[in-house]
Design a binder for this molecule. Structure first.
Ligand code: GLC
Length: 673
């Protein structure tokens, strides 16, 4: 049992709508262990305390030793030291004997120094404290997480097709490119449920338009793909192109739906289409209006979207570009610059993108109150998604697929996220693995990274290892940037091996989907750190590269190059299933303790916990064709194994979840429900 307390700061800027539960008690003071003085919140750490949380953030699962600024940011080249990523998730859990968690409910930037300046001290700062600090106490960290998840409300549930394999690339230009991808996947017998449309499907990057030269028969094209069980997912960006005659622009101007500058004129910035205005998503009328534009695309048969650049990302503002150009003009006759002047000159250009000063020049009007964007920045992407999702729910019975790049806590009720522009780096695969439990804690169950890496060139080996991990993440998307090596699986040698991997994901769908529904309904984690499951086992405290996935299994992904063996710690006796394909595997009973296990490329190791089982079905090339009731159980019988199987129709918003009790007495059992 865990108890939540809410301490409100004197200042409140706006209603954030991050929480929905009333499972908390208002208090006038913070507890003794949370010191609030000199505008700083401090908490002492014991050397062995593990600090989880902060959802999407860099570094390890344990956040100790880092400094993080939660301010939704477009960080295309994120490194270990990057303070901010795309999401702002102000939740920290100190895992120790008397665990405690904190959640800062605020739209503004919060900085968490988690043992960076002083290794046994957490220091949390905000320019001016506003909103509320929720603190949660309990005997067990998992109870705390559960209570927090009840507070913030049930996570987003995508349609079943969202769990299939998805192919994306910024660079598909027209119908032919997409058709080629689909054909090649088919030829190579690799399952596929979705292909993404990146910015080039639009007419000059204008939201809710179609480039009709590139897609002359989009409606028929969509219908034909759907017959194969493949969905197209177009991108929608936050910025609306300034262009007279363009309906979205005209309507936005007419109704004052755009963010303003200090003089009350629409704020101007530049993103993909050139100069744009940003819809004022914090104004509920504007966000509803923007949401209603999806109708145009839905009427073509589309049923999934990705909302992008919604931090909002800014390439430059005319105001700041002018300053930079002026500086160049002034220096043009002085080519002999000292280094500081040279850096200053360059800096004018380097600091054009996502400049804080631009965010400070931008305003929202909420209930007739003018709010500076900088103060409420973290709510922007959230409210874009909320408007989109509310429009869907009011108008359609089917679940729409929706992911967003920017996020904050609360948004998890409306959509999933992808983890932004990563790179084809081994370190970003490792980051992906370590981030998943922290994302789950803050409600983002439907999430995953750009598998294979978005930027940089990927090798076959990296793509293989990344798929081996991502085949357990709900969002399973291969996405890459224009200008990088082609990353579609058929581009690598021996695509048959990739086909086996993706088929394994489809075979595992009964288990993965059931566990997703359970995590959503029971407010539990889909990815659990070993330290939280085996709280009395000291060995588990520092393990960050093995994860419990759902209720039955543990995984130990490979995330290093040139590796065919890895060290695995088993906190209890388990059954190792070494998959080379869904029906090509062997099993081995393994005892609790330390192991060095061989894991060749294209092998997936799954460790089944005692008395638990994995459910598989015959894979098909689309989730729409899977038979989720005709199953094979692979069980670690001890002496029997039990499983509660959750299943719904995978389609409708209000579909009922059926629960089946499955019992197995042997390692392999055929189950027909
Ligand atoms: C952003 C997105 C990326 C997309 C690109 C072009 O960088 O994060 O996924 O491909 O924009 O739209």
């Amino acid at each position: 049992m865990a108890i939540i307390y809410k301490y409100s700061f004197a200042k409140k800027i706006i209603e954030t709508n991050t929480i929905v539960g009333n499972n908390y008690n208002d208090v006038k003071e913070l507890p003794q262990e949370i010191i609030y003085e000199n505008n700083e919140i401090r908490i002492n750490l014991n050397p062995k305390d593990v600090v989880y949380g902060l959802g999407q953030s860099t570094r390890g699962m344990n956040k100790r030793g880092g400094i993080y600024s939660n301010f939704c940011s477009d960080v295309v080249m994120h490194l270990e030291e990057s303070p901010s990523l795309y999401g702002a998730h102000n939740f920290l859990l100190i895992h120790r004997d008397n665990p405690i968690a904190l959640f800062f409910d605020t739209p503004s930037k919060v900085t968490f120094d988690v043992g960076f300046t002083d290794s046994n001290l957490i220091r949390i700062t905000m320019e001016e404290w506003n909103g509320a600090c929720f603190f949660i106490k309990g005997e067990n960290s998992l109870d705390i997480i559960k209570e927090f998840r009840i507070l913030i409300g049930e996570s987003y549930l995508p349609p079943l097709y969202g769990f299939g394999y998805q192919q994306s690339r910024w660079g598909y230009k027209n119908e032919e490119d997409i058709k080629n991808v689909v054909d090649k996947y088919e030829e190579n017998d690799i399952p596929l449920d979705a292909v993404y449309l990146d910015i080039d499907y639009m007419e000059r990057f204008k939201d809710f338009t179609i480039n009709s030269e590139a897609f002359p028969n989009l409606k028929d094209f969509i219908a034909n793909l759907k017959q194969k069980g493949i969905h197209l997912i177009p991108i929608i960006d936050a910025g609306v192109k300034i262009e007279s005659g363009y309906d979205v622009y005209e309507e936005g101007i007419k109704n004052n739906y755009f963010c303003q500058d200090e003089n009350g004129n629409p704020f101007i910035a530049s993103v993909w289409p050139g100069l744009v205005h940003f819809p004022d998503f914090l104004n509920s009328n504007a966000s509803k209006w923007f949401g209603s534009h999806y109708k145009k695309l839905i009427s073509l048969g589309l049923d999934g979207f990705w909302n992008d650049m919604n931090e909002p990302a800014i390439f430059y503002t005319p105001k700041r570009l002018e300053i930079a150009i002026k500086a160049v003009k002034e220096t043009k006759d002085t080519l002999d610059l000292n280094v500081y002047d040279y850096w200053a000159l360059l800096g004018n250009f380097e600091k054009l993108a996502n400049n804080i000063l631009d965010y400070k020049d931008m305003y929202h009007v909420v209930e007739n109150k003018k709010l500076n964007h900088y103060d409420v920045h973290n709510l922007y992407g959230y409210n874009m998604v909320k408007g989109t999702s509310e429009y869907f729910k009011e108008n359609y019975k089917e679940r729409m697929f929706l992911i967003s790049r920017s996020s904050c806590i609360g948004m998890h009720r409306y959509s999933g996220i992808w983890t932004g522009d990563n790179r084809s780096w081994w370190s970003h695969l490792e980051l992906n693995i370590k981030m998943m439990p922290n994302l789950n804690m803050v409600g983002f169950l439907y999430s995953g990274a750009d598998t294979g890496g978005f930027g940089s060139d990927a090798t076959r080996e990296l793509v293989c290892r990344w798929l081996e991990f991502s085949l357990f993440t709900p969002l399973f998307r291969n996405h890459s940037s224009i200008g990088t090596r082609n990353q579609e699986l058929y581009n690598f040698s021996n695509p048959k091996e990739f086909s086996n991997l993706i088929k394994l994901r489809y075979a595992l769908m009964p288990y993965l989907y059931s566990e997703y529904l359970k995590a959503l309904k029971n407010n539990t984690l889909l990815f659990t750190p070993l330290a939280l499951k085996y709280q009395n086992d000291e060995c588990c405290l520092e393990i960050e590269d093995e994860l419990i996935v759902g209720d039955s299994i543990m995984i130990a992904p490979v995330y290093k190059p040139n590796t065919t063996k890895r060290y695995v710690y088993l906190p209890e006796d388990m059954l190792l299933v070494r998959f080379r394909g869904y029906n090509d595997y062997d099993t081995k009973k393994m005892s609790k303790g330390h192991h060095f296990i061989s894991v060749k490329l294209f092998e997936v190791l799954v460790f089944i916990l005692p008395g638990k089982m994995l459910l598989l079905t015959e894979p098909k090339n689309s989730t729409s064709k899977l038979n989720m009731l005709d199953l094979i159980a692979i069980a670690n019988v001890n002496p029997t194994a039990k499983y509660e199987y959750f299943l719904d129709d995978g389609k409708y918003i209000n579909s009922e979840i059926k629960k089946y009790e499955i019992v197995a007495n042997e390692e392999k059992t055929i189950i027909k429900l």
